[in-house]
Ligand binder design. Structure first.
Ligand code: SF4
Length: 280
């Protein structure tokens, strides 16, 4: 299956989201997710318009890049480039072509990504790293760095994409493994849920089922270990709802160490939405 930038982006946030997207599922909607999407789109349009300003019309192209014509290419800027290489695909916001000063040396190709937020995260850099790999494989050229234009002031950050190469490739292998399996991954509610288009569905599925899924901070190995333990109950947590006088008892049959129980108790106390929901 082709791993697109859309799937790569989803995987960075949540494995389940990536799985849903790969199935063509669009979710039940989320006002915040819609707003973010609209912001991304308009910022990208504005960014492309700004960057095209300083380039002559005949030096700017759109559409797929022809690898065979690269040697004779005259363009300086390519925008909205659909790049496809083996199993990877991305629509790159812009690509800058910088001819080399030394005659006979190949030109440099720099992918550019527009991100509307003022603060950048590791994910943003990995997305640029993904673009760089797809571009590099499409053109058959080395792409060592890229640019992120971001925020209200359109600040440009130069990123060494070569340094992200191994991490991006490792993630693409993990995505391929995930998509090759028929069963969805373990559902683990996490920080991104509030902004996710699948929020309603996942919450309904999870609230009242296995409480370990409410702990995004514990690793997959720990989760498996806790599940595999079959011995008499070591910890019993009675969680008291702030909005009612009834307490709920979690974990009645599986041994769960005290530490997750403490975390769950904290989550229960902090999240109003959980406190209002039944847990069994
Ligand atoms: S709602 Fe949360 S758990 Fe569900 S797909 Fe979105 S991020 Fe993943």
């Amino acid at each position: 299956m082709t791993i697109t930038a859309h799937l790569f982006d989803a995987y960075l946030k949540c494995r389940t989201k990536c799985f849903f997207r790969a199935l063509g599922d669009t979710g039940t909607g989320n006002a915040y997710a819609d707003w973010t999407c609209a912001q991304e789109f308009s910022y990208q349009l504005e960014g492309v318009t700004r960057i095209k300003d300083g380039v002559a019309d005949n030096e700017c192209i759109t559409g797929p890049l022809d690898r065979k014509q690269l040697k004779f290419a005259q363009w300086r800027l390519a925008v909205n480039i659909k790049a496809h290489a083996q199993t990877l695909e991305s629509t790159i916001h812009a690509v800058e072509r910088v001819p080399c000063d030394t005659p006979g040396e190949p030109a440099q190709f720099i992918p550019i990504r527009f991100i509307f937020t003022n603060r950048l995260s590791r994910y943003d850099k990995l997305m640029l790293g993904f673009d760089a790999i797809v571009l590099s494989e499409t053109l058959g050229r080395k792409v060592d760095f890229g640019k992120i234009v971001h925020g209200d002031n359109h600040v440009t950050l130069r990123v060494k994409t070569g340094a992200l190469d191994s991490e991006v490739r490792r993630i693409t292998v993990q995505i391929a493994t995930l998509l090759a399996s028929q069963a969805p991954p373990d559902l683990v509610l996490n920080r991104h849920c509030a902004q996710c288009e699948f929020k309603k569905r996942c919450r309904q599925k999870r609230i009242g089922k296995e409480a370990l899924s409410l702990l995004p901070s514990i690793t997959e190995e720990e989760r498996t270990r806790h599940r595999s333990v079959r011995r008499p109950l070591r910890g019993r947590a009675t969680l008291h709802c702030r909005h009612s006088r009834f307490g709920r008892t979690l974990f009645t049959s599986t041994a769960v160490p005290n530490s997750p129980i403490r975390k769950l108790r904290r989550i229960w106390t902090l999240r109003a939405s959980l406190t209002a929901s039944p847990t069994t």
